[in-house]
Design a protein around this ligand. Structure first.
Ligand SMILES: Cc1cc2nc3c(=O)[nH]c(=O)nc-3n(C[C@H](O)[C@H](O)[C@H](O)COP(=O)(O)OP(=O)(O)OC[C@H]3O[C@@H](n4cnc5c(N)ncnc54)[C@H](O)[C@@H]3O)c2cc1C
Length: 416
């Protein structure tokens, strides 16, 4: 259905990717309806570590990791887990995922991720400019904290890729470590400090405030669970929900990990799994770092948010339906205690989230053929960072027929 000459665009999923898309489309003068089964910002965008991780340009699948995996899984202190009962379902995905654990694919993926995340602080500032959400953005450094120089050197491959892309860390050792991170124990002895990063002081509220601006400026938000779609002559025609059917000329799927099932209904199989992750929020903490700190040995980030000290990360494969596991939360607690032995707090919140991880670690961004169905999902660890640029790319494409960047690495049909 068109109103005058205008498109009628439906965006499904009001996380950071969907809200960014809706806001940019609105700025380009389009008529947009944003839909979510919950209120905005309550999916994975709610509970992340909040880092605008401009330098996070390497995938989990690093070269030479395959022979190390049994050792990782047998080590109770290593932050990688599998829910074994789910392995038969996960195995086909994991095989395709691990096929990328080589130098060529890592470099290819890294080039693709760099386009999406490297200018993320500017992208967030542009998106949030003039909205209530701006208050949650904080420019900062991003620190990677290591036990030792040897542990840092073990990550040498990743650092060489970051450095080649222009992200060179300043290395700090000795007494200066304690000056930058007061209160940390001697389990931290080397910092790789990155300038020109940022973080979000309350990620869930940030997305909600962006969505509020969208509504205040005349955008429509409908709380509805999308169940199916209909097409006419291969082009999207309507969206079926538990609140009825809604006509549209253009459809954008930004439903995070849940996009996989929606895409299946639209006739496209996307190889994507949940990389489950966890957070513990320590409310009223007695000490916080000055900026987000990635504790390299625990693969989680400690971020000084407006709502407390959020410690978020860990990687667990186990699908969407299994309840939270105990071990990942225990390992975060152990590492936090190890890093800040004197930390005190009032109470805690624990959370499980689902990073939408395509098997090649590149998001799906673009139009599915000429169906007027667009995708904006699959950002795994970097979805908060890359959501605003993804939304802008899609809005430019839909509203202005413009390509902001070469989007061929992200084509939604690249696996068909
Ligand atoms: C522990 C952890 C830490 C992280 N830390 C960071 C970080 O520091 N920096 C970073 O950049 N990224 C981080 N991430 C990743 C980031 O949070 C995600 O990549 C990002 O939030 C994905 O956003 P999204 O908009 O694609 O999906 P989501 O935020 O999940 O939004 C999808 C929306 O779709 C809706 N939906 C689903 N199905 C339907 C349906 N059928 N009908 C209607 N609505 C539907 C859901 O309700 C949801 O609101 C982290 C993730 C985790 C788990």
């Amino acid at each position: 259905m068109t109103i005058g000459n205008k498109k009628q665009i439906i965006v499904v999923g009001a996380g950071i990717a969907g809200v960014s898309t809706a806001l940019w489309l609105q700025r380009f003068g389009e008529n947009v309806t944003l839909m979510d089964r919950s209120e905005p910002g309550e999916g994975t965008s709610f509970g992340n570590a909040g880092v605008l991780a401009a330098c996070s340009i390497t995938p989990v699948t690093a070269p030479k990791m395959i022979p190390k995996i049994p050792g990782y899984l047998l080590n109770p202190d290593f932050p990688l887990y599998v829910i074994w009962q789910k392995l038969p379902f996960l195995a086909p995905f994991l095989v395709r995922y691990l096929l990328n654990a080589n130098d060529d694919d890592t470099r290819r993926i890294s080039r693709g991720l760099t386009e999406i995340v490297a200018d993320s602080v500017v992208q967030h500032r542009d998106l949030a400019h003039g909205t209530k959400a701006e208050q949650w953005l904080q420019d900062s450094k991003y620190i990677f904290a290591y036990e030792s120089r040897k542990a840092f050197e073990n990550d040498g491959y990743v650092w060489s890729i970051r450095t080649e892309a222009g992200f060179e860390p300043q290395i700090v050792e000795g007494q200066e470590v304690r000056e930058i991170l007061p209160g940390t124990s001697n389990s931290i002895n080397l910092l790789a400090v990155m300038d020109s990063h940022g973080f979000v002081l309350n990620p869930g509220q940030y997305v909600k405030d962006l969505a509020t601006t969208f509504r205040e400026q005349g955008g429509t938000f409908i709380k509805a669970r999308v169940k199916d779609f209909s097409k006419v002559d291969g082009k999207i025609n309507s969206v079926e929900t538990d609140q009825g059917s809604f006509d549209c000329t253009d459809l954008v799927i930004t439903a995070g990990i849940w996009s996989r099932d929606l895409m299946k209904k639209l006739g496209l199989t996307v190889p994507m799994e949940s990389e489950r992750g966890y957070h513990i929020l320590f409310r009223s903490p007695s000490i916080v770092p000055p900026c987000p700190v990635m504790v390299a040995s625990g693969k989680f980030v400690m971020t000084p948010m407006a709502i407390g000290l959020r410690c978020a990360g860990i990687l667990e494969f186990g699908g969407l339906t299994a309840p939270p596991s105990k071990k990942p939360l225990e390992i975060i607690k152990r590492h936090v205690r190890n890093t800040y032995p004197d930390l005190e707090w009032e109470d805690t919140e624990e959370w499980l989230g689902h990073r939408p991880a395509p098997c090649d670690s590149l998001p799906f961004i673009g139009e599915v053929g000429e169906s007027r169905i667009y995708t904006g999902f699959g950002h795994h660890h970097i979805g908060l960072t890359g959501g605003p640029k993804t939304g802008r790319i899609l809005a430019e494409l839909i509203a202005n027929d413009q390509y902001m960047i070469d989007i061929s690495p992200y084509f939604p049909r690249r696996f068909s």
